[in-house]
Design a protein around this ligand. Structure first.
Ligand SMILES: Cc1ncc(COP(=O)(O)O)c(C=O)c1O
Length: 280
């Protein structure tokens, strides 16, 4: 396995960063989770635009151009002889001192890891996953805008931990007002009466690239998509519900908080999965 760090490739054992890197000390940095299918990176421009937007939000200057990053991503796939891969792009604040001050970190660290990662949920794509609502609420934009994909994922990790004792596959997070936000690493969709509903762009959630792809697919299939505030009652009473993300792709949900979902995998979910397989 060859890992890209600041323009050079290292074997996995030698791929190391300083303990003074603020990405490690403070979660100060940004990242992207990307998939390549058959040698082509899915949603390349969207991922690159999003990491630059996240970096701009935290006032971090990525030390490469968008084109240079794209090239480095493909070089990493090549170095690992991978055509189908999960690719992690990380840009951390870089090495500084023990204080918070990011001005003490003159050079951001750029890391790219590419690995084979098949279907994240294994055989559950035909059965659906069990979801619980986490008591941990999604961070509101007054505190930190989670539309920036930063290295600070403790909010999501706390929600994920809640799934362990109850043996759920994923946690659904609500915003501070109690409206449905997203999963710990995926967006949520509900199908009701032939129509697709999903939390609106203004919600406390990451604007997923898979979410956008699914919305485009639905529109091409002439299925109406409405973005608005969603409540748990609507999720429990969905005809179908599923989550989307780069790692999870499109995963049907069979149960939420002990409520069985009417249809899993539902007809519309299956149609969307079929179309997604064609474009990825
Ligand atoms: C919190 C969160 N929500 C949603 C998603 C799904 O986004 P995407 O489809 O761009 O992978 C991710 C994964 O990147 C995520 O970390």
């Amino acid at each position: 396995m060859k890992i890209y760090i600041d323009g050079k490739f290292y074997d996995k054992e030698d791929a190391k960063i300083s303990v003074f890197d603020h990405g490690f000390l403070y979660g100060d940095g940004v990242f992207e989770g990307i998939r390549a299918y058959n040698g082509k990176i899915f949603g390349m421009d969207e991922h690159i635009d999003r990491i630059f937007a996240s970096a701009q939000y935290i006032k971090l200057q990525i030390p490469m151009t968008k084109e240079e990053i794209k090239e480095a991503l493909y070089k990493t796939l090549e170095a690992n002889a991978l055509k189908d891969a999960y690719v992690r792009l990380v840009v951390s604040r870089g090495v500084g001192d023990l204080g918070l001050d990011p001005r003490k970190c003159p050079k951001p660290t750029v890391i790219i890891i590419a690995t084979y990662w098949g279907a994240m949920y294994g055989d559950l794509y035909s059965k659906g996953i069990k979801v619980i609502t986490a008591s941990t609420r999604r961070i509101p934009p007054q505190c930190l805008d989670v539309k920036a994909k930063t290295l600070n994922y403790l909010n999501n990790i706390l929600a994920k931990i809640e799934t362990f004792d109850v043996r759920a596959d994923e946690a659904l997070m609500l915003d501070v007002d109690g409206f449905v936000s997203e999963g710990t690493g995926d967006n949520i969709f509900v199908v009701k009466g032939g129509k697709i509903l999903t939390p609106s762009a203004g919600s406390s959630m990451l604007l997923g690239i898979t979410r956008k792809a699914v919305m485009d697919i639905a529109k091409n299939l002439n299925i109406e998509v409405e973005e608005r505030k969603l409540t748990l009652l609507e999720v429990y009473n969905a005809d179908e519900t599923f989550m989307t993300g780069t790692a999870a792709e499109i995963i049907p949900i069979r149960e939420v908080d002990g409520r069985k979902i009417k249809s899993c995998p539902g007809e519309i979910t299956m149609k969307i999965i079929e179309e997604f397989k064609k474009i990825r």
